[in-house]
Design a protein around this ligand. Structure first.
Ligand SMILES: Cc1cc2nc3c(=O)[nH]c(=O)nc-3n(C[C@H](O)[C@H](O)[C@H](O)COP(=O)(O)O)c2cc1C
Ligand SMILES: [Zn+2]
Ligand SMILES: [Zn+2]
Length: 634
């Protein structure tokens, strides 16, 4: 970051369209943005001949197909997914995060069950992991962080269940060399003050318990009621989706609310209410909307949180990494999960399981995910073109759910052919707010991705058509001013969902609530990153594996957070999502570092809290947020 500043040539008030109006004194005039590519994997960058500039590989580089939805960042993992007529599923060999699971050398790892349970491991001598903390602790003594770095888990709860495997364990480990023994210390006062083991475990809900996983895997979970419902629905649906234009109103009603009413009236059935009106709602965000990030948003006064999208097929298989999306922290007082499927019965089955084994306030049905393999299979945004299926999916889910079903869709699938309004009329309106909690519309079509601004007038138009269900708009709101403007200008909308705005500045929720612009300092921003790192350690663990998971998610978030432009640097407020900043420097070194689009600088920031990265560490953000044309799910 050593480029020269040339104030004379700096733009004054005349800022070209699409460029953020940074004050002249902070501009750094260089021809091209200098990005450090050290931590980006080889083969993921290319030098543009026209501009002589290095950039990440993207659609443009795929032979003759720049118009397709193909994206290396996401779709290179395509083969790891199974797409069949009857199922879509994340590949078995890989976890939900698309990375191959590294082979674990079990005998060289401490058994965390043994460690956490005062030496009691349910597998006893058959356990493949090590039950010898002393030898294990000696084996990676050099990797431990120095004593000045306290262990967040130990300092917060009084006990760190990673014991000697924790890389911060110098603070809570006592070694007695003569006995060749190592002890994991407990701060009993703090531990019992917090309620001990039980409250520690209870802080996060919705774990996949063993007996449920076994039932799902062995396919003996009781789904009889769903099978009955599906029979009724298919019987009532005389026509198929291809012929939807000719379906009579009577059929719509039968397959919609009437049938649901008929069904639920015979049972003790009352759907809980959730108030979505003008609530600060954090969007479901694949990968980045994880539990630690949602905790951060709750701290900044977000009202409603929603987990990232999960595939019903993988949940039905009892896949632990898919189930991990459903976890809810105790601070998430209004919380929903988001599911998608290409089969109504699969969705209804999962809705039943979630109702029976999870603590949730609503279940959101994703009809907006643009990822090709998902749409191709008929799930995500693909559901917007399969209205008959969608109607059955909503009806069957409503019949088994005691929490409201909500629906999140896009304006449409193809630019210029919005069809959310017709889905509202033909699919959603027959239901009532008794079953459907809210409908969210992301005001862009599937193939528009993020290239254009969201069409809020269209979302408002959809709000006008809907009967008695709240409509929430989604798209491009990254400032408190825009938030209130949307509500003011679009009277048929009940709320504004916040997605990238929260990733760029999680304190946006506070700004909205207090109607004020927060000129946040770089020190305060770093403290927020530290807070996230701590929540991450709490969630994914402070042993070597946990820390690398924390780092991965922290870097994913930083790839968005670097887009924040400090208030004091802007000529005109507020920052806009479609305005890219020219190269600029911050008011101090840290502010400059926090705004860097280089993965290498994000790595540097992660090292402040999570220690040094392993040698040859590589990172490519999943959502390539630093490329401003970022293409993501939803
Ligand atoms: C990184 C990222 C991940 C997303 N993941 C999901 C998702 O899992 N489910 C979903 O319905 N929408 C998802 N979306 C879409 C957002 O919820 C939101 O509708 C969209 O980004 C538009 O809002 P914005 O312009 O405020 O970002 C995602 C968006 C981003 C940026
Ligand atoms: Zn064991
Ligand atoms: Zn620890």
């Amino acid at each position: 970051m050593s480029q020269e500043i040339n104030k004379e040539q700096g733009p004054t008030c005349e800022v070209p369209k699409g460029v953020a109006p940074i004050k002249k004194e902070f501009l750094i005039l260089v021809k091209n943005q200098v990005i450090n590519w050290d931590h980006v994997p080889d083969g993921e960058t290319k030098t543009d001949e026209a501009q002589g500039e290095k950039r990440p590989i993207d659609d443009r580089d795929l032979p003759g197909n720049h118009k397709k939805f193909k994206l290396r960042g996401q779709n290179k993992n395509k083969l790891r997914y199974k797409i069949g007529r009857n199922t879509i599923m994340r590949g078995q060999k890989f976890d939900g995060d698309d990375d191959p699971k590294p082979r674990v050398d079990k005998p060289s790892r401490l058994c965390l069950k043994y460690n956490d349970n005062e030496g009691l491991c349910p597998f006893g001598s058959k356990c493949e992991y090590s039950h010898d903390p002393y030898t294990i602790s000696k084996s990676f003594e050099n990797e431990l962080f120095d004593a000045e770095r306290p262990c967040y888990i130990y300092s917060t709860y009084g006990r760190c269940h990673f014991g000697v495997a924790c890389l911060f364990s110098r603070q809570h480990m006592k070694c007695i060399e003569e006995q060749k023994k190592v002890y994991n210390l407990i701060d009993h006062r703090r531990w019992s003050l917090g309620g001990g083991r039980e409250s520690f475990i209870e802080r996060t809900k919705n774990r996949l318990v063993n007996n449920v996983q076994v039932k799902l895997r062995k396919k003996n979970y009781d789904f009889k009621i769903v099978d009955d419902i599906m029979k009724r629905l298919y019987k009532a649906d005389v026509d198929d989706e291809a012929d939807q234009e000719h379906q009579s109103d009577e059929n719509y009603r039968r397959i919609g609310a009437a049938l649901v009413d008929e069904f639920t009236s015979s049972r003790d059935f009352r759907v809980k209410k959730v108030d979505f009106k003008e609530k600060l709602y954090l969007a479901p965000l694949t990968t980045v909307g994880n539990l630690p990030f949602r905790r951060l948003c709750k701290k900044f006064s977000c009202d409603i949180t929603c987990a990232e999208m999960s595939l019903c097929s993988s949940l039905l298989q009892g896949n632990p990494s898919e189930w991990s999306h459903l976890r809810r922290h105790e601070c998430e007082d209004v919380f929903g999960v988001q599911i998608t499927s290409n089969h109504p019965d699969q969705a209804a089955k999962i809705v039943k399981v979630l109702n029976e084994h999870c603590e949730l306030d609503f279940i959101d049905l994703n009809c907006g995910c643009p990822t090709e393999w998902i749409c191709q299979s008929g799930a995500g945004a693909g559901l917007m073109q399969r209205t008959s299926k969608l109607r059955k999916m909503i009806a069957s889910s409503c019949m088994v759910s005691k929490v409201p079903i909500t629906i999140k869709m896009r304006a449409g699938c193809t630019e210029g052919k919005n069809n959310a309004h017709s889905i509202i009329k033909s699919v959603i309106n027959p239901f009532t707010s008794k079953y459907i909690g809210a409908v969210t519309i992301h005001g862009r079509s599937r193939n528009q991705r993020y290239t254009k601004l969201a069409d809020w007038d269209y979302v408002n138009h959809c709000g006008e058509l809907i009967n008695d269900i709240p409509i929430i708009g989604s798209g491009d709101c990254i400032s408190w001013q825009e938030y209130y403007q949307r509500l003011e200008d679009h009277k048929n909308i009940s709320g504004v969902m916040i997605a990238r705005g929260a990733l760029i500045s999680p304190w946006l929720f506070t700004e909205i609530k207090e109607r004020r612009t927060w000129d946040i300092s770089s020190k305060e921003r770093l403290d927020i990153i530290k807070e996230y790192a701590n929540y991450a350690l709490d969630h994914w663990g402070s042993d070597a594996t946990g820390i690398e998971t924390c780092r991965k998610y922290l870097l994913e978030w930083l790839s968005f957070a670097c887009r924040y432009i400090p208030v004091g640097l802007l000529e005109v407020l507020p920052q806009k999502i479609n305005e890219r900043p020219p190269k600029y420097k911050g008011r101090d070194e840290l502010e400059t570092l926090l705004s860097s689009p280089s993965a290498s600088d994000w790595v540097k920031i992660s090292e402040m809290f999570l220690g040094k990265v392993p040698e040859n560490f590589k990172f490519l953000p999943k959502h390539k947020a630093n490329a401003y044309e970022s293409v993501v799910e939803g």
